[in-house]
Design a protein. Structure first.
Ligand code: AMP
Ligand code: ZN
Length: 478
């Protein structure tokens, strides 16, 4: 399957532009060029944000698995993203810096590193490029100059006139420029949907991040950044642009308008636009303005391995909303433990068996992933493989092949790695082992009353004794 020439089932992807499944046809034969809107590094990413990158990673892995030479770009937005997508409010990073009395550059570095740590923990592959928006400001200015015929100046900065491109907002399916969510807070804009390309620093103010430009000292608009970084690193047109579904409404229509102006074309700049649906959480814990919000570290602190969260994402199709719950996390962790234990048994069997020769067909897996990245089906099929007849070593090879797409890191994952000490745990591991040793003695002496009492003692401390598990015990997670 990892042949040089793309093979197997035709890859069908849902294109938000046409709202249809379309066959992936690379612009450059044998290659796939993908741009993913990256994080705004003013705070930690929440796990909903990370769903967007798990999705982009599965897309990238699938393209690689099917034999395309992948060039993936994920940008880092460290300037220009306002607190309100409809072109209003403050710059998210300037605001965070003011609140924390910290340099904006330190804030950006800190949260970029935190984001990269989450990327690593979730086994998301490194893209070819991580462009950082502030490194591209001169190129943004040049891009803005080249589309000046589509822009007009207001006291606040340079604005894009959305009436100068054809089908503005087609991606959002907006029928008119006063569609939903299009607020108009800036005086003098020609159309409500017009957006800032360059925002001037208001007179008498200074920003920590500002640059000279033909339109005065200021900072680039967020939409401009993605057009410039994608065009620079992948070349227009490129194959696939991804982001969360919220970007389908404003950010991506605005990128498209800029791309059209820049390329003197009606085309959007990317052949396929893909959007992942949201991870939702009812109690509002996903909001970064809430005190304790749902970031990956919170899951880890509570004893959940980050790859259990990845599995939770894979269990839903990327275009479906996914509801977060702790029960769901628990179920995903248990499932992952079962998978790993199944593989450990299969490994032991493979060692005691003569090596296999027959290759298992991965046809169904290929069909499932090629059908708009149907990861729930791939998972089901991959798990079936472990139950098939035939040589254990063949089955192992087949499962690890599926994992090239799923990215659960199954070759290296062990049952003990999945046992993460919750932050709230009071008892230490040696104490647990000592109690278990006493329990073993009691059982050997057929003193079941003592054995049960020790089990209850551990249960009261949040530890579950698991006689069927190779590790013998685990943390009880709420
Ligand atoms: P931001 O850092 O706000 O620019 O968001 C980073 C990425 O996360 C974008 O692609 C968003 O569309 C996406 N995103 C934001 N919230 C969620 C969510 N709850 N579930 C899935 N993706 C999200
Ligand atoms: Zn973007």
């Amino acid at each position: 399957m990892s042949a040089d020439v793309p093979t197997g089932a035709p890859l069908k992807l849902f294109n938000s532009l046409t709202r249809q499944l379309e066959e992936f046809r690379p612009i450059h034969p044998g290659e796939a060029r993908v741009y993913t809107c990256g994080p705004t590094v003013y705070n930690y990413p929440h796990i909903g944000n990370m769903r967007a990158y798990v999705f982009a990673d599965v897309l990238g892995r699938t393209l690689s698995w099917k034999g395309y030479k992948l060039t993936h770009v994920i940008n880092i937005t460290d300037v220009g993203h306002l607190t309100d997508d409809a072109d209003a409010g403050e710059d998210k990073l300037e605001k965070a810096a003011a609140q924390n009395a910290q340099s904006i550059w330190d804030i950006a570095r800190h949260y970029t590193e935190a984001y990269w740590a989450d990327i690593k923990a979730l086994n998301i592959r490194q893209p070819a490029h991580w462009p950082i928006a502030t490194d591209y400001v001169p190129k943004m200015i040049a891009f803005a100059q080249s589309i000046s015929a589509h822009c007009y100046e207001l006291p606040g900065g340079l604005y894009f006139d959305t009436s100068t491109v054809s089908h503005y907002g087609a991606l959002a399916r907006a029928v008119s420029d006063d569609g939903e969510g299009r607020i108009d807070p800036v005086e003098g804009k020609r159309h409500r949907a017009d957006f800032a390309i360059w925002r001037k620093t208001p007179p008498g103010e200074t920003r920590q991040m500002e640059w000279d430009s033909p339109w005065g000292r200021g900072a680039p608009g967020w939409h401009l950044e993605c057009s410039v970084m994608s065009g620079e690193l992948l070349g227009f047109p490129f194959d696939i642009h991804t982001g969360g579904i919220d970007h389908r409404e404003i950010h991506h229509p605005n990128e498209i308008a800029q791309n059209q102006a820049f390329c003197h074309s009606d085309a959007s700049g990317a052949n396929i636009w893909m959007h992942n649906n949201f991870l939702v959480e009812r109690s509002g814990k996903m909001s970064k303005s809430a005190g304790e919000f749902l970031r990956l570290q919170l899951l880890i602190d509570r004893g959940y391995h980050p790859l259990a969260y990845r599995l939770m994402c894979l269990q839903a199709h990327y275009r479906s909303e996914l509801e977060f719950s702790w029960e769901g996390m628990q179920a995903a962790l248990v499932r992952l433990k079962r998978i790993v234990m199944g593989l450990e048994r299969l490994r032991a069997k493979a060692e005691s068996e003569p090596a296999g020769t027959a290759e298992l067909s991965l046809h169904q897996i290929d069909e499932a992933i090629s059908n708009d990245l149907n990861t729930p089906r791939v998972l089901e099929n991959a798990l079936l493989i472990s139950e098939l007849k035939g040589h254990a070593s063949d089955r192992l090879v087949a499962i690890f092949e599926c994992d090239k797409v799923l990215g659960l890191g199954l070759q290296a994952l062990t049952r003990s790695a999945l046992r993460i000490r919750p932050k709230s745990a009071m008892i230490t591991e040696p104490e647990i082992e000592a109690i278990l040793a006493r329990r073993k003695e009691a059982r050997a002496a057929k003193d079941f009353a003592t054995s049960d009492r020790l089990r209850d003692e551990l249960a009261a401390q949040g530890v579950e004794v698991m006689d069927g598990d190779p590790l013998g015990w685990d943390w009880k997670l709420a």
